[in-house]
Design a protein around this ligand. Structure first.
Ligand code: ADP
Ligand code: MG
Length: 339
């Protein structure tokens, strides 16, 4: 018998492959299923996360400069460490490359990796280099640190908690749509120079994302510990589902509370897309989705770039979206389809 991986989907496949692996070492505090694994190291925990980027699937060098790619490859990993309320300290970088890439090209990639290490204060401590028949694959592992009692998991949301979102959503997805469109135009008419001038925000969100270290620092400063947290890599809807599934709760999301940048909203309309759909299902924003005890609302109320966008409900109430028009829908998690 042969089962196509499509039938399981990404998360179903991960569950299928990893279900026979119990955690036997007492130091393995958290295994598969969160933004990062957690390893007990005395008063501190070590937090580990890894991500692989494949040319043609996760990036397209037609519009992604290698330096940006290096930067982004690091940032997406650091984002998972911050999502545990932890601080990244080290990374390892492994690459598989075809002979299409020169030393100068790889220097560019590593200039981006270097810039990210400097910006986020992490050290490159190892990796692996190998040849590939074609294309490029980059796999980065990030290692972070957190006091045990400050770790935030996906499974800590409780009924009545408030749902918070940092920054704004949807712009990275719209930036990608724009770059894809310009690429197509360019392929058909190589003489035409792409005009991306007035869409700098969305393009920047796609090509040079940042991880929300600032938010984790603010949480420490105001003494806030979210009850649950996840980074928004696959779209808000998909991440809400992860939190609800693991916390065994439901949720009510207010469409009017979902933060969007005005430029992204305009761009969505230009593409004849519903802005809220872009925010809910577009990926790669690398913002944080977290829940807080309502008693902590004063701690976030006056902080910039944190938006309250709903409430955690009982599991039996399901996962709902209250639209701007006042209609209550079941929220659907499209997320990214990898296969
Ligand atoms: P994220 O989007 O936060 O990077 P993923 O969706 O990639 O998280 O992964 C979800 C969980 O599954 C993580 O705990 C990750 O470590 C684990 N995981 C993903 N792929 C595999 C695999 N092939 N084998 C074991 N664990 C995996
Ligand atoms: Mg994540």
């Amino acid at each position: 018998m042969r089962t196509d991986v499509n039938t399981l989907g990404e998360f179903g496949l991960i569950e299928h492959l990893t279900r026979a692996f119990p955690l036997n070492n007492p130091s393995s505090i958290k295994g598969v299923g969160d933004d990062a694994a957690v390893i007990d190291n005395g008063p501190f925990c070590t937090v580990v996360s890894t991500d692989m980027l494949v040319e043609g699937i996760h990036f397209d060098l037609a519009y992604m400069p290698l330096k940006h790619l290096g930067y982004k490859a690091v940032v997406v990993n650091l984002s998972d460490i911050y999502a545990m309320n932890a601080f990244p300290r080290q990374i390892t970088v492994s690459i598989a490359i075809s002979n299409r890439f020169s030393v100068e090209a790889l220097d560019e990639l590593y200039a981006g990796i270097h810039a990210a290490c400097e910006a986020y204060g992490v050290d490159l401590v190892g990796g692996d280099t190998t040849s590939a028949p074609k294309g490029m694959v980059i796999s980065i592992t990030a290692i972070g640190q957190c006091e045990k009692e400050l770790l935030t998991y996906r499974n800590g949301a409780r009924v009545g908690d408030l749902i918070c979102i940092t920054g704004d959503l949807g712009a990275a997805y719209l930036g990608l749509q724009l770059l894809e469109r310009e690429k197509q135009i360019w392929q058909e008419n190589p003489g035409i120079q792409p005009d991306l001038e007035d869409q700098k925000y969305a393009i920047g969100r796609q090509l040079k994302p940042e991880a929300r270290r600032d938010m984790i620092e603010v949480f420490r400063k105001v003494g806030l510990k979210p009850t649950a947290m996840i980074d928004i890599s696959d779209g808000l809807a998909s991440e809400i589902f992860h939190i609800c599934k693991q916390s065994r709760v439901g949720a009510l999301v207010e469409e009017s509370g979902i933060p969007m940048h005005p430029e992204a909203e305009l761009l969505a309309l230009k593409f004849k897309l519903d802005p809220a759909t872009c925010a809910l299902n577009g990926g790669e924003d690398y913002e944080l989705l977290f829940t807080i005890d309502p008693a902590d609302v004063e701690k976030v109320k006056y902080l910039p770039e944190i938006y309250i966008a709903g409430e955690i409900l009982d599991a039996k109430d399901g996962i709902k979206l209250n639209t701007k028009g006042g209609n209550l829908h079941d929220l659907k998690a499209q997320g990214w389809v990898h296969f």
